[in-house]
Design a protein around this ligand. Structure first.
Ligand SMILES: Cc1ncc(COP(=O)(O)O)c(C=O)c1O
Length: 425
């Protein structure tokens, strides 16, 4: 019988020691950062890389002097780091201020080539940043085909998706994971369906980035976007585009900017200090991998090892949260709750409790040092479809690898107390 290979456990004490922000206390409670889906904390090495760059190398690109050259080298290093993170070539990595801005850049450029009657497939499970840049093309006569999701478990209706793709489809835009309800979509299959119809695929991996390994070569997607501030880095966006598309599509750009990829997609002066932080962020994730697997032979291999350990850690927390939440009277979880289906969701939990608005819950948790989020978090089609948009959306409790089982237990206790307090009011 083959022996099961065990993933080495995440060294949570070491992980937490890397993040200075995690040591804070609020109202006498240790701060529990369960707001990762809105943006994660950063390890010390990211803070150091940003300030070192500003202290030593702060310059524009292309300067014929030392700090200018250092800046060019630093940006090339960050591109190589992101190429390891995504498993692509460095020339396929484009930096931008955030995912939304990069997506508008690509949608405008693709839109230049579309004709009235061409179709784009979007899903109602997506964040609006992977919706509005594409619906903007309706002005040009492009037709949007919508894919629904199953309300009972918040998974995409794949039969509906397959039915919406046809010979007129030019692009399929889909999220890798939902920032609202945590569903992980079968992206590889969706890319395959798009390709079969001759359509491009555009994957929003912003929410998936901190939770799972991204491999654009394996997915074979045409574009994939993510934001480093969601996976322990600075506030920046990163786009992967297949070289053939980055070279062929026409960007809206100023004349003096080079026409060579990937720089032709990077407009104006970028945030160089944050780009320096991106290398440090990828190196941090690799260091998590080297910590659990010291024999990892490359940065990419270490990133793969990191994600295996992160996955196990987050899964254990998700399992505990799902069973604990289901015991709270009047609480409803939106999304997958079956413990046998944890591979289809990440550790992002959307809930509502009878008699409380999500804002009231987030405020009461915040007073106890537990930081969560309330509202629609721009996944407005999800909150509308589930009928909660007008009543405050959801309470979102989001775990990443630096969160602990103890924080999960504290959150469950706090929610039990909050509901018990109100029933005695
Ligand atoms: C799933 C998802 N897509 C896109 C975005 C937008 O990312 P950015 O802030 O980098 O534009 C977010 C931000 O919350 C998100 O969660």
């Amino acid at each position: 019988m083959p022996t099961a290979t065990l993933t080495p456990a995440l060294d949570i004490h070491w992980v937490r020691s890397q993040f200075p922000a995690l040591a804070q206390a609020i109202n006498g409670y240790p701060a529990a950062f369960l707001d990762g889906p809105g943006g994660t904390q950063v390890p010390q090495r990211v803070i150091d890389a940003i300030s070192d760059y500003l202290r030593r190398d702060n310059a524009n690109t292309g300067g014929a002097y030392q700090t200018g050259r250092n800046t060019d080298i630093m940006i090339a290093g960050a591109r190589a780091a992101m190429a390891d993170f995504l498993n692509c070539a460095a020339e396929e990595v484009v930096f931008g201020p955030n995912m939304t801005t990069l997506t508008y850049a690509i949608s405008r450029s693709i839109g230049r080539e579309l004709k009235p009657g061409d179709e784009i497939v979007l899903t109602r499970l997506d964040h609006d940043a992977n919706v509005s840049p594409w619906t903007a093309l309706e002005e040009r006569g492009v037709i949007i085909r919508w894919v629904n999701f199953r309300h009972e478990d918040c998974t995409l209706d794949m039969a509906d998706l397959a039915a919406k793709i046809n010979s007129k489809t030019k692009l399929v835009a889909v999220g890798y994971a939902s920032n609202a309800v945590g569903t992980i979509n079968p992206v590889k299959e969706i890319v395959r369906l798009a390709r079969q119809a001759g359509a491009l695929s555009y994957i929003d991996a912003v929410h998936y980035g901190p939770h799972g390994l991204i491999d654009v070569a394996d997915l074979d997607c045409d574009f994939l976007v993510c934001s480093t501030y969601k996976f322990f880095g600075p506030h920046m966006g990163v786009l992967f585009g297949k070289r053939e598309h980055l070279d062929r599509l026409r960007p809206y750009k100023v004349r003096p900017l080079t026409d060579a990829s990937p720089n032709r997609w990077e407009w104006g002066t970028l945030n160089h200090e944050c780009i320096a932080g991106i290398t440090a962020c990828v190196d941090y994730i690799a260091s998590v991998g080297y910590h659990v697997q010291p024999e990892a032979k490359s940065r990419r291999a270490a990133i793969v090892a990191a994600h295996a350990a992160i996955h196990e850690h987050e899964r254990a927390i998700t399992r505990r949260m799902l069973s604990g939440l289901q015991e709270i009277p009047g609480l409803k979880i939106y999304g997958i709750t079956d413990p046998a289906r944890l591979d289809e969701r990440c550790a992002t939990l959307a809930v509502r409790i009878d008699g409380h608005t999500p804002l009231q819950l987030a405020t009461k948790l915040g007073d106890r040092g537990i930081f969560t989020w309330d509202g629609n978090y721009y996944a407005i089609n999800v909150s509308e479809a589930l009928g909660v948009e007008k009543s405050g959306g959801f309470l979102r409790i989001g775990f990443v690898h630096y969160n602990t089982m103890d924080e999960a237990d504290r959150t469950l206790t706090a929610l039990r107390e909050i509901t018990a307090e109100s029933s005695t009011d």
